[in-house]
Every structure is written in structure tokens, then in C-alpha cells.
Design a protein around this ligand. Sequence first.
Ligand code: ATP
Ligand code: MG
Length: 596
Amino acid sequence: MSTPDTAPTPLTNFLRQIIEADLAQGTHAQKRWAGTPGDAAHQATAAVDPARIRTRFPPEPNGYLHVGHAKSICLNFGLARDYAGVCHLRFDDTNPEKEDQEYVDGIIDAVHWLGFDWNDPDGHENLYFASRYFDFMYRAAEYLIETGHAYVDEQSAEDMRANRGDFGKPGVNSPFRDRSSAENLQRFREMRGGQHADGAMVLRAKIDMASPNINLRDPAIYRIKRAEHHATGNAWCIYPMYTFAHPIEDALECITHSICTLEFEDQRPFYDWLLDRLADGGLIATPRPHQYEFARLNLTYVVTSKRKLKHLVDSGIVSGWDDPRMPTIVGLRRRGYTPTAIRAFCERIGVTKDYSWIDYATLEGCLREDLEPFAHRAMAVLDPLKLVLTNWDEAMGAGHLEPCQLPALPHGAGGQTVPQRHFLLGREVWIEREDFAEAPPKGYKRLFVGNKVRLKGGYVIECTGCVKDASGAITEVQALVIPETKSGTPGADSVKAKAAITWVGAHDGVPAEVRLYDRLFTDAQPDAGGKDFLALLNPESLKTVTAWVEPSLAQAQPDDKFQFERHGYFVADRHDHASDHLVFNRITGLKDSWGK
Ligand code: ATP
Ligand code: MG
């Protein structure tokens, strides 16, 4: 495992306690595997090695991963890392209709980017596809039929639904339930052979139609579906159901702790039933895997349903899966989130069985904590207004440009030399429009006529007035430079300034496209309780401005992150930023100001 160097000391949780107890009790001889899960060679040699836990992250390749998946990734790969185990990356590609190679590649990339890999200590790569086990799954189904644990049901979909009963009402046995094994086997082979139409019949496990757990009322385990599969093409016209496939995948890969979200709690009895049957028949290695559930991540202000995310992409509401407003891993990455911040977030929110909502501000807080010590500072003027120092030529010399500098990191660089940023001050500079007030409100300390402020890293200036256009809009602010007050010189404190304002020189400032991203939704729970998430979109989730930025930013490389003084954290866009067209995305503000 690659160990992210900043992994904090993990907090204990119920899963850690289970794993520690299992490791403490381990008594089995260590066995190595051979072959590929599902192969005969593998079956003969595979055994769970209790000295090494195996977890897995099992995405379905039908979309890009999102922040909820990040929780599952950090949990599964993190447990494997912390207990010297292995975590498999397994594509749960048993549903042919919505899966795609694009998603497979995207998922591999996202897990790597988060800082994890799936190799054994000897380098064996644990990257698996459930579709490679289709042969084995088929054999397992035949075994269940042969041993009287499964039957082909030809009831119509409506009858099957009606006969399943509900919470207060036991189900009714199918008229096909008591067919002989031989007849079931023949029918199942016909299903596989393409002799029946899609939906004409299904293979069901034979358990208990009166069970209080509806998942045990003879769940369907195979269906007929003529659909081309991204990996197996048209080799199959029957496909296993997820609830049947998933436990088998875990067992073939010798997973020790199969960790999933709480929605699957009611499926656990079937998971156990199925694996116990297959273990009895010697089809899978023992000890078999066990399933444990934890509460999924619910994050405010985002939707995480893949269907809804796909809709946002397909309808053009966002620019793609990696739009910086998307809660996808690729979106967060393009927004400027770091793997460290996301891992810290997943660690901080913890693992429990309790349903809860996590405030989006928690995620932003983790990002600020990660960037604060390292992100180089820079000045950027996002809403530019020209400031003219009318006495510059007389006071400083005609056309003079004064070199100024400020440290890239105001609190030092942990013992290293702090890099300096260099820029020029001349007669004209850009300031923020909000830094001048004709009629200053009470307590206003920035530019108004008669007031003195410092141009950060430069001189103290005194405001003398402003120029307006025909419509009355302010087009220019005027001030006098006070020589001998430059920052870092003996005269710096000779004149008192009430405030220091950020600025960019008109001579060496560089234009930049700045994308001011905000939350995509105005509602904290856009996904909850039947709300129409499309009616809750934030119309101000993206505002693009042309800014002036200090010259040091002309060297920024895509993905470089900065703190623009007073404005927040920004990243050079990984796709659109270039040295002749600077593009910065706002990651987050300097403090949580949402809704204020
Ligand atoms: P769907 O199955 O509806 O397509 P999904 O979000 O469950 O969507 P999967 O690819 O099946 O997508 O998920 C992979 C893994 O990620 C599963 O083990 C799932 O439990 C976990 N997961 C998904 N969403 C969350 C979440 N919000 N919090 C924690 N884990 C999650
Ligand atoms: Mg799922």
C-alpha cells in the first residue's frame, strides 16, 4: 500500500474493533493463492489468511465517483493500510446496460489520485472485474438448482410482485416452486441458451416466502437480458442479480471484511445464506467473508445520486462530470481540492451506524487547513478600479517604477527560505472597487477623501478624490503617494495608515479569467424528501470575471494553488489555464461565509 504521508492517527470505530478482534483470534495457516479468482486453480488454493485482512471497494462503472464514494474508498483502503492488509478494486460490472470503459478508467484514476493502490506486498495487482466470474456464478447457480436451493419461476412480473406479500403479509409460494431439480436445470439451461424471451422467467433462490425479511422471500438471482456487456459482449443473455453476484465476488477474492452502506443491512441474511450454501458444497474457500454496514455520507448542498449527477451533465447545467461545482472526485480535483483534504475530511467525519448530515463547511474547512500553510499568497484584483497617484512623477521621478516585494508565505516555510514575490509600483495601479467609498459608512477604514491607507508592500497614500463618467459611475480614484513610507524602510511607520489594501500594478499586472464558483444548490438538502433538485439550483454558482493579478502568477502551472489575499483559495484550472491565458478557479473563501 502506498501510505499517504500525512495520514492522521486514526480514531477508533466499530469496524476497527471488529478487525482487531478478528486479527487477535487468527489461527489459520497462511496459504497463498494461485490463479485468478473463479479459476479451478484458485479454488483449490485460496484461503483466507487471517493475519491479513482483505477489503474491497466495489464500484459499478456506470458513472464517475463522488464524495460519498471517497468515504468508502478511504474507509476500505484506509483499513487495509492501517492493518497491513490489502484492498481490492473490483468493478461490479454485472449490469450490462449502463456500464462503460470511460467510467472504468475514471474510477481507476480517482482511486489512485486519492493516494491508494491495490497491490499485494509482493506486487500482485488486485484489480478485478465481476464479469470475469460469470462462468463461476453460472456454475454456482446450477449447484443451487441441483441441491434444491433454486428454481426457475415463470410467473408474470405482476404475479410475482403480488405473491411476494409485504411487511404485514407473508408471501405466497409460486406454482413453479416445487418443480424437480432436473426440470429446473433444463429450464435454466434454456434460459442461458437464449430459448426464452427477456423477462419470460427468472431463477429464484428457494428460501422462505413467509420470512419477515422480504429479501429472503425467494429473491431473483438470474434474469434474461439481451444486452451487450462492455467486457463480455454478447456471450451471455442471462445476467446475475447484484444480490447474488456480490457475495460470490467477495468470496472468490477471499475478502475478509465486506464493508457496505446501511441500505444493505437487510440483504445480509441472504449474503450469509448464499455463502453458507456454497461453502457447504465446497465451491468457495472458508472462512467465508462477512458483511458489515456503516452509514453513508450525506453532505449538505450536494446531490450524490448518480442518476441526478448524470442529468446535470447531460442537460448541460454543468460543463461535464469534472465541472468544478460537481461533487465528483474529478470535479473536486478541478475545483482545487487536494487528496489530503479529502482524506482528512473522511477521517474527521468518522464511521458510524447513525444516519446524519455533514455540513459542506466541514469539507471546506479541511481544504483550508491543508492549503493554509503551503499555498503561496498573491494579490489579485477581482473587481478592478483604476487608482492614479497624481503626484507620482514629481515625488518619485517621471515614469519611475518602484520594485516591491512580499513573502509568498507570511508565516514562514517551516525553516526553509521563504520565496519572495516581486512586483512594481508606478503611477497607476488597480484596486478593488469596494476599497473606495465616496460616502464612507461608519467604521470604513479604506480609501475616502482625506484618508490614508497603505498599498500593501508599498507606500502610504492619501486619497484626494475620484473621476466619474457621464452616467455618474466612478472610473478613477485619485491619491497622493507619501514618499519615505515604503514598507520595510525606516520611514514605514512615520505616517499612520488605518488599513492596508491589496493592489496590482498597471505596468506589470496580468489579466486573468477568474471563475468564482459557489455552491450548486441553494438548499441544504436538494436530494431529500421528494424535492425537485432542479428547482433548487443556485443561479450564482458561477460568475466569471476578468481580474488583474500580480506578475508572479504568470508562472502558475495548471493545478497550482494559491491564496489570493483577502479573497480565498484559488487554483489554476487544470484544463483551460495557459501561460498566455490565465484561468483561476475559486476553491473556497478564507472563512465560512455561506449564507451570510
Ligand atoms: P448506484 O448503485 O445507485 O449506481 P452507488 O452510489 O451505490 O450508486 P456504487 O458504484 O454501487 O454506486 O458504489 C460503490 C461503493 O460506494 C458501494 O460500496 C457504496 O456502498 C459506496 N457508496 C456509494 N455512495 C456512498 C456514500 N454516499 N457514502 C458512503 N459510501 C457510498
Ligand atoms: Mg450501488
